[in-house]
Design a protein around this ligand. Structure first.
Ligand SMILES: CC(C)(COP(=O)(O)OP(=O)(O)OC[C@H]1O[C@@H](n2cnc3c(N)ncnc32)[C@H](O)[C@@H]1OP(=O)(O)O)[C@@H](O)C(=O)NCCC(=O)NCCS
Length: 176
């Protein structure tokens, strides 16, 4: 299987959700059973990178995906030097709710490609509706290591997961 050039919105009729496996059951379950429902409900958007060739069922395998949603954080969770410049009401952020690569491609650079595409997507959204930062909740220590590689900093613990953030102003120079 090889991956195509562009991410596109998840489609139940076009993409084969059942064959996706990233070795993390929570993320497999999300793409297989929840992502489309969440889009239908209007609470998040999932973008997938399909394979270049269809499977026997005529659907395209999913090589990687990411999901994004608007969210907010409390000012107090930020480092004091950043917090003091912000108001006391909830601070708008983009939540990078999910990001995963099919296990066949782990270690091949596709995680990096997917993260850059997600950041680029959110940078475009930011041109229309501003947010302070991109936030991720890390499922595992390994995920934390991955995001750390790209400059995400620890924000706080959220639902027993390490929450990390990347200020939007550090994303801008990548694509501006
Ligand atoms: C985490 C995940 C997306 C990484 O994808 P990948 O394709 O294996 O990663 P890449 O090959 O693109 O690696 C990109 C860079 O991140 C680094 N990296 C990858 N995984 C890492 C880890 N666990 N810890 C630290 N660094 C990591 C690589 O060394 C590489 O660095 P380089 O560019 O300097 O060489 C993938 O392993 C995955 O889908 N895991 C299961 C789902 C998951 O945990 N998702 C996180 C959501 S909370």
């Amino acid at each position: 299987m090889s991956w195509s050039k562009t991410f596109e919105e998840l489609s139940k009729s076009k993409h084969d959700r059942d064959s996706f496996d990233c070795d993390e059951s929570e993320l497999n379950t999300f793409i297989q059973t929840q992502a489309a429902k969440h889009m239908q409900a209007g609470i998040s958007r999932t973008m997938v990178l399909p394979g270049t060739a269809p499977l026997l069922n005529q659907k395209y395998p999913i090589c990687a995906f990411y999901s994004v949603a608007p969210s907010s954080i409390r000012r107090e969770t930020l480092p004091a030097a950043l917090a003091k410049k912000l108001p006391h009401y909830p601070i708008p952020v983009f939540l990078l709710a999910q990001l995963a690569v099919h296990k066949e491609f782990h270690g091949s650079g596709l995680g990096k490609v997917s993260l850059i595409k997600a950041l680029e997507y959110l940078w475009d959204v930011n041109a229309h509706m501003r947010a302070y930062a991109i936030v991720v909740d890390c499922l595992t220590d390994s995920a934390q290591g991955f995001y750390q590689t790209f400059g995400f900093q620890v924000l706080c613990e959220q639902n027993e997961r390490v929450r990390m953030f990347l200020p939007m102003k550090t994303v801008g120079p990548l694509f501006g």
